[in-house]
Design a protein around this ligand. Structure first.
Ligand code: PLP
Length: 466
């Protein structure tokens, strides 16, 4: 593709994206295609001769668009929305244009230094503890996802608790234990498998029936029992905003108990953490001054396209100790000097995209004020939605509302609640998903898509209550 062709098609693609966002409301939120429908329409073999980019764009409209669930639709209330924005898309495009692979400081100093700087900015915006700053003992890094953050936190925890033996000798089955609420995201169980501990190492705490948050007394009991059995507590994961209901674990109490036992504490605040841009929501982070690592996803609720998980550690040496291997072919004078960060040592893969560009673009475009407005607006909409649920005798809240997540159900039972969800989702006019609370089906109204306005939430409630 020549520069001229790139310019022409590039303009077309930007126009396509702008048109898509302008007309997204007229599309069914949830893709209605049946399995295999998209592949059936694709040629069996790749083309022998190259094709025009026009043909790619035509197939995007014709073949792929019907198979897209529109995550940027204002009536997308499912899972946790993954919100995008103009500045983030443009930042991502610039990162693609630069095509940088920022595994080492030396492979693109600006990619590393911007990332370190932007993560310090974000730590300031969220009022996170000083130790998480690069100027202190810790620092931040962008991971692909919150699941990666949990995995690297576990590896750092094993490094610290074993004094470095975990990398050398591996982790014998039954030697280490990991603790979290039963409501913690399944990525922790996956991390235990990947790290070689197995599911059996994971101790799940029963959530408090009223708040669905972890119970500290049970943590102490389980840890004491493990220690008596010769098992070393390695990691405690506390959630600030669980996936099911948005429950917030008592981080301070959990961290105090974990510290007594020498275990690492990681906070998974994948969705809720970014709400701390607004001072009135900073209560969610009570106790994070005692934790070892913290993750939140700007790609969920801070206007930054997937993928962008912000991960901080209070002491970077354990993380780097767990993950650093320096083969000859990566040696360079900057690394040898010890004066630079090589982010390959802070993550599982070697290679990495220049993801800081899109986060930088977002923080600069919206400013702290714009980010606060974005969060406050969604929380206010959820408050209103909650009041409508409360005022209707046919419905009940299934759990307390957290920020912009309302969990509710029909009083008449699981079959009706499920049928309601299936009907509204099949209409294409809105999309929401479910969870189980106390073994009963509950619907999750997760307000967080970038273009969602009051009228969309009102229309969703009108449809549900009809
Ligand atoms: N942790 C929590 C609390 C989540 O809600 C989610 C996803 O919704 C995850 C982790 C996994 O996120 P990711 O897709 O970034 O790995």
């Amino acid at each position: 593709m020549t520069s001229e062709e790139f310019r022409r098609y590039g303009r077309q693609v930007v126009d396509w994206i702008a048109d898509y966002h302008e007309q997204i409301e007229s599309l069914p939120v949830l893709s209605q295609v049946s399995p295999g429908r998209i592949r059936d329409r694709l040629p069996a073999a790749p083309p022998e001769q190259g094709e025009d980019f026009d043909a790619v764009l035509a197939d995007l409209d014709e073949i792929l668009l019907p198979g897209i669930t529109h995550w940027q639709h204002p009536s997308f209330f499912a899972y946790f929305p993954a919100n995008a924005s103009g500045p983030a898309i443009l930042g991502d495009l610039l990162a693609s244009g630069l095509g940088v692979q920022g595994m080492l400081w030396a492979t693109s100093p600006a990619a590393t230094e911007l990332e370190t700087h932007v993560l310090d900015w974000l730590a300031d915006l969220l009022a996170l503890p000083d130790a998480f700053r690069s100027s202190d003992t810790g620092g931040g890094v962008i991971q692909h996802s919150a699941s990666d953050a949990t995995l690297v936190a576990l590896l750092a925890a094993l490094h610290r608790v074993s004094g470095g033996a975990s990398e050398r000798d591996g982790v014998a089955s039954g030697r280490y234990a990991v603790y979290s609420s039963a409501q913690t995201h399944s990525s922790l169980e996956k991390a235990c498998r990947i790290a070689g501990l197995g599911n059996a190492a994971l101790r799940k705490l029963d959530p408090d029936p009223a708040t669905l948050a972890a119970t500290p007394t049970q943590l102490r009991e389980l840890m004491d029992r493990d220690v008596a059995d010769g098992i070393t507590p390695a990691l405690v994961v506390a959630s600030i905003g669980t996936t099911g209901t948005g429950a917030i674990d008592p981080v301070r109490e959990l961290a105090e108990i974990a510290r007594e036992h020498g275990a690492w504490v990681h906070v998974d605040a994948a969705w809720a953490g970014v709400a701390a841009v607004a001072p009135e929501f900073r209560w969610i982070n009570d106790g994070v001054d005692l934790v070892d690592s913290y993750a939140t996803n700007p790609h969920k609720w801070l206007l930054t396209n997937f993928d962008c998980d912000a991960f901080w550690v209070a002491d970077r040496s354990a993380l780097v100790g767990a993950l650093s291997i320096l083969p000859e072919y990566l040696r360079n004078t900057a690394t040898d000097s010890g004066a630079v960060i090589d982010y390959r040592d802070w993550q599982v893969p070697l290679g990495r995209r220049f993801r800081a560009l899109k986060l930088w673009a977002v923080l600069r475009w919206y400013g702290a004020e714009g980010l606060r407005d974005h969060i406050r607006n969604h929380v206010a909409l959820a408050q209103e939605f909650e009041s409508w649920v409360r005022a209707d005798d046919r419905f009940e809240l299934a759990a307390p509302r957290t920020l912009s997540l309302v969990t509710f159900r029909l009083r008449s039972g699981d079959d009706d609640t499920r049928a309601l969800m299936e009907r509204v989702n099949a209409s294409g006019r809105m999309y929401l998903t479910h969870t189980l609370v106390d073994g009963k089906v509950a619907l999750r109204m997760a307000i967080g898509a970038t273009p969602t306005e009051r009228r969309h939430v009102e229309a969703a409630w009108a449809q549900l209550s009809e």
